[in-house]
Every structure is written in C-alpha cells, then in structure tokens.
Design a protein around this ligand. Structure first.
Ligand code: ADP
Ligand code: MG
Length: 479
C-alpha cells in the first residue's frame, strides 16, 4: 500500500522537532519538500548540495531515528538535490541507511542547470550583479601605493599573479600571513581592486572574519541560510581577512569549510590572511587547516629601514606634502612598533602641516611621536636607567656595559634594556649601542627574556614592578 509522503514526512518532522532546537529546525528541516514514498524509501528534496551535505554531517542520527520510527526498521532515505531555479532535477543522490550514514562526498555532485550556470536554490536565488555588488573594498589600497621590499616580495608577486588570473594559478587559496601592520590588508585589498578594474564581470568580495561571522549568525537567526550561501557561492574572488579570529568558532568554521570547498571546486579564487602561519593556527579543525595549505602560503615580514623610508615618502607624496629626509629617517628609525603606528604618526604630521600650517621638521616630528606612541618618555636617559637598575641589582655600570655573560649580570643588563625600550625614544639599534655596542637582535632577545620571566617568575616580576615605580617617580618628578 502506498503511503502519502506528506503524511510520512509530517510524522518525521514531529519526531525531529523533539531533537533539534527551533532555530535549526527552521533552518534545516522546514525547507525540505517530501517528494514520494516508494516501498520503504522516502525521497526528500533539498535545495542545494550544500544543504544535503550539512544534513548528512549533522543530522544523520536524527533523520534515521525519525524515518525508522515512521516507515519501519528497513526504511531508507533518498535525497533529491535540486540546485536549479527552474524545474530540472537531477537523479536523486541516494544515501542508504543503515550502512550509508555519514558524509559521502563521492555521492554528491554539483548540479548544473540547462545553461551550465550554477544556481544554488530554487527558493531564493537572486543572481548577483558584479556592477552593483558591494565588494567592501577601499579604493585607496592599490599595488601602486604598496611599496615593495624584501619583507613582502614573495607575497606581493603572488598577489600580482592572482590579480591577473584569479582562480587559474595554483595559488589557490592564497594565504598571506604576518604580524600587525605588515600590510596584509593593504595587499589583499589591492588584489581585489585590481581584479575589479581589469575583470569587471567578476564578483569580488572582501570580508573580515568579523563581518563573516556576524552575517552567518544573522542568517542563522533569521532563517536566511539559503540566501547567505547563495550569496557567497556566487563570488568569484573571496577575500577573508584575519582568519585567525575564527579560532574556536566551530559553526562558522563549518560553514566556511563548505563555502571554501564549493568555491574551490568551481575554480573560484580564495584569498585569506592570518597573523601566523597555518601550521601555528590554534583552535581550527584539522580539515580546514589542511585546505589552507592547498595553494600558496606567503609571509610578510616587518619592513626594514629602507622599506619604511620608502613607505613614508610614498605616503607623504601622495598627500602632496614634502617631508625633509632627516625627518623621514628619524621616523623610520624611531617608530619600530608597527606600520599602523607609523600611519598614525604620518596622519598627525599631515594634519599639523595642512591644517595648522606648521612646517614639518624634527621638532614637530618628535612632538607628534611623543603624543602618539604611548609610554615613550624622553626625560629618562639611558644613563639613569642603567644606574637605577644597577643599584637595584647591586652591579657596576661597567659590568652592565661589559661582555661578561654571567647570569647575575645578564639579567640586570636585560632588564635595563627593557626599560630603555619602554621609557626612551631610542631605536633597538641605539639601545644596543649603549650597552657595549650590542646589536638590535640582542636587544630583542633581552626584551623577550624579560617578558617571559615576568610571566613565569613572580619574584622577578616584583623586581621589575619596583623598578618601574622608581623610574616613573623620576619621570613624573621631572615634569
Ligand atoms: P595588516 O593588515 O598586516 O595589519 P595593514 O595592511 O593594515 O596591515 O597596514 C597598516 C598600514 O601600513 C596601512 O596604512 C598600509 O597602507 C600601510 N602599509 C603596510 N605595508 C605597506 C607597504 N608595503 N607599502 C605601503 N603602505 C604599507
Ligand atoms: Mg589587517
């Protein structure tokens, strides 16, 4: 006897509803259309391959239980994945229970409609118009104003290659990584802008992980998952900035994994940035990390002195402002935190020069720097720091600057370097100079050691805190 598939499915839904929260129920089960029952096979229609995969990955036990209860222990479920806005359907993608549970990639194929265009949902498919889609790009970022240096050469060339032939090179995905302010966002935006200009039919989208996560959560809450996916799956170049923040966000990673796969399979370009190499990313599913490594991974380093100098000149020139060489050099030496701080300093200089009509000279540069880079205090001299630290640890100034590598001397020496970095405007190189001609890497090492020890050794941290108080007293006393 043929049973009405609508009734069977309604019974299933009742059972499913008991096991799934309302939001997920509305998102993943409401859109399903029961097609037919033949014997003990129920066929349901789902609106996309993605949808099918999602059900298979997350709801097999729930579906199985519901179908076995309503249609008997030997019953099976078949899917018909309809990814066409018209009425063409592919042969059902079948998944057999009980042996067939779990994610079966090989069973599913992306289905094309009659025109060979990929549509993803019969319900809410809206083709995007490349001319009107908001790409979220900032047109100020270009290759022209991205200064090339040893620190970014590989990443930049890869970016240029991808911009010429998105999705066609083997640099897919392109994963750029590096610390704060090394130019990741600038570079990926430049790629996006370039593609929009030279290939106006391509749909380009820049999102940072925050936008992506919020859109996704919004879609979930408002039962707009289909629209969300439809949108992303039509993008030709997807740029996801700062992926490291997806760490621990399992659901967002899940959806990104699916979007990533589908885009990649259909030859669309994906670009991502991260603050560290993929192998060092924590809180990511292994399968997602392995995808990140498919294409090309390229790092951007802190810019060297020459590159910084070129960036400063470049930026000032584009704003039509002349900056004396000595001022540019002073800034390239002194701002050794990151390029974002540099950007702040330069903007402030531009402000002074244009609105307050001040001449840009060393004095102005120093003043601006003092206001922007916190904790930089020019009143404390290296001498004073060395003396104060030396007295505290009871070692001679000579030893502090000397070559001896005994622990009881090395530690005070490192602490003094640490305070020089905090309380003077000196570059790392100049700090090193003041400690018996050591180089900047020795100073970096000292800073790291002090910070590490403060984390692990409470006594040591106490000493540093006491010294901080002593030095601060001097700083405020001298004002
Ligand atoms: P990240 O995304 O790596 O933190 P950004 O791309 O935001 O860094 O860069 C910080 C600032 O430094 C931006 O204003 C950017 O334009 C500038 N910048 C970074 N690298 C370069 C470069 N190579 N040439 C020109 N400007 C750069
Ligand atoms: Mg950035």
């Amino acid at each position: 006897m043929e049973v009405d598939c609508g009734t069977v499915w309604n019974d299933c839904l009742e059972l499913i509803r008991e096991n799934v929260d309302e939001q997920n129920f509305n998102t993943w089960f409401k859109p399903i259309v029961p097609l037919r029952t033949e014997g003990d096979i129920l066929t349901i229609q789902v609106p996309s391959q993605f949808f099918y995969e999602w059900l298979e990955e997350h709801y097999v036990p729930v579906l199985k239980k519901a179908i076995h209860t309503t249609l008997g222990p030997n019953s099976r479920l078949e899917y018909s994945v309809v990814v066409d806005s018209g009425n063409q359907r592919n042969p059902p993608v079948s998944v057999n229970y009980p042996n067939g549970s779990g994610f079966k990639k090989s069973n599913a194929q992306v289905q094309l409609n009659g025109n060979g265009n990929e549509d993803y949902s019969p319900f809410s498919f809206k083709p995007l118009n490349p001319q009107t889609v908001n790409s979220r790009l900032n047109s100020n970022y270009s290759f022209d104003n991205f200064v090339e240096g040893d620190c970014n050469r590989l990443a930049r060339s890869a970016g240029v290659a991808v911009a010429k032939k998105p999705g066609v090179t083997s640099f897919n995905p392109l994963m750029l990584y590096g610390g704060v302010g090394v130019g990741k966002t600038h570079l990926v935006q430049a790629i996006g802008n370039e593609i929009k200009k030279s290939l106006p039919d391509k749909i380009v989208l820049y999102v940072d992980q925050n936008d992506f996560t919020n859109q996704f959560l919004n879609a979930l809450q408002n039962h707009k998952m289909q629209e969300f996916q439809n949108f992303y799956l039509q993008v030709d170049l997807l740029i996801l900035d700062d992926v490291q923040f997806l760490a621990g966000r399992e659901k967002t990673q899940e959806i990104f994994f699916h979007i990533f796969n589908q885009l990649h399979q259909s030859g669309k370009q994906i670009i991502m940035t991260s603050d560290c190499a993929p192998r060092d990313l924590k809180g990511f599913q292994e399968r997602l990390l392995s995808r990140f490594k498919w294409g090309l991974t390229a790092d951007l380093q802190e810019p060297d002195f020459e590159t910084k100098l070129a960036i400063i000149h470049n930026k000032m020139e584009s704003d039509g402002i002349e900056i004396p060489t000595e001022v540019a050099e002073y800034l390239a030496y002194s701002v050794d935190t990151n390029l974002r701080d540099m950007e702040g300093v330069l903007n402030s200089l531009i402000f002074h020069a244009t609105l307050l009509k001040k001449e840009i000279d060393l004095e102005l540069a120093k003043e601006v720097l003092k206001n922007i880079v916190k904790e930089i205090q020019s009143d404390v001299s290296v001498d004073f720091i060395q003396k104060t630290v030396g007295e505290y640890f009871k070692i001679d100034l000579e030893l502090m600057k000397g070559k001896l590598k005994k622990r009881e001397i090395v530690i005070p020496r490192q602490v003094a370097m640490y305070f020089c970095k905090r309380y003077t405007q000196l570059t790392l190189a100049l700090i090193g100079q003041n400690f018996g001609g050591r180089d900047h890497s020795t100073v970096i090492h000292a800073l790291e050691s002090v910070e590490d020890m403060m984390k692990t050794d409470a006594n040591f941290k106490n000493s540093v805190d006491e010294l901080t108080k002593k030095l601060k007293m001097r700083i405020s006393g001298s004002h």
